[in-house]
Design a protein around this ligand. Structure first.
Ligand SMILES: Nc1nc2c(ncn2[C@@H]2O[C@H](COP(=O)(O)OP(=O)(O)OP(=O)(O)O)[C@@H](O)[C@H]2O)c(=O)[nH]1
Ligand SMILES: [Mg+2]
Length: 194
């Protein structure tokens, strides 16, 4: 999709604040600092529309980006960031759970993992949980500019093995917001699920 028009319509912490116009939604989940906001910016061709930061924990609300009036990207706060308080982590957990389990417009989830590392326990739990709710999942292995293409197969099998990847309802794509590698494939997946 060639994106010309994006508004950030709203930030929400609870269901009463979600958009009400019924457009399809694609959510982005992943550990804090994995690159969710960077992926959003790459897909919508903006430099820093979704605020990115080398400080983890930048995104603290559900942020709904209206893309071309056709769909919303939902940038979700990162999990697994140790330095936010326990109370705040529980609030994030509740907010994400409420959204994922109740949102009729949710068509699929892009679940980001760091291409360089084995998925964390949190990554595995998130994957299993989405799978349990029968949500179509695209696993995006990001920061792939940091590994050589010759090692892609090896890294891909390792990530899939640790996640318990199920190709019946999940797809996999390497991605880099630095080089834009994988951008078209991620868009294709999103458009196929809208
Ligand atoms: N080399 C490289 N760096 C990346 C890539 N994607 C993100 N980064 C860097 O990783 C850091 C975190 O990126 P964000 O997009 O803010 O991460 P986030 O997942 O939105 O983080 P939270 O909002 O804290 O959950 C930033 O310094 C980015 O520049 C990538 O594909 N390649
Ligand atoms: Mg973010």
């Amino acid at each position: 999709m060639d994106v010309h028009n994006v508004d950030m319509v709203m930030s929400a912490v609870s269901a009463s604040q979600y958009p009400t116009d019924g457009k399809p939604e694609i959510a982005l989940v992943g550990r804090s600092n994995v690159g969710k906001s960077s992926l959003t910016n790459t897909l919508i061709q903006r430099k820093n529309f979704a605020r990115t930061s080398s400080q983890p924990g930048k995104t603290q609300t559900l942020n709904f980006y209206n893309v071309e009036d056709k769909l919303y990207f939902v940038d979700v706060p990162g999990y697994g960031y140790a330095k936010v308080s326990k109370k705040q982590r529980e609030e994030f957990g509740r907010m994400i759970e409420e959204y994922i389990t109740s949102r009729k417009q949710l068509r699929g989830v892009v679940s980001l993992v760091d291409a360089r590392h084995e998925p964390s326990d949190d990554d595995v739990s998130m994957y299993e949980w989405l799978h349990f709710y029968n949500i179509p999942i695209l696993v995006v292995a990001t920061k792939s500019d940091k590994i050589s293409k010759g090692k892609f197969n090896k890294y891909e099998s390792n990530i899939k093995r640790v996640l318990g990847f199920d190709s019946d309802d999940s797809d996999f794509q390497f991605f880099s917001s630095e080089t834009k590698y994988g951008k078209d494939q991620v868009w294709q997946w999103i458009e196929a699920h809208m």
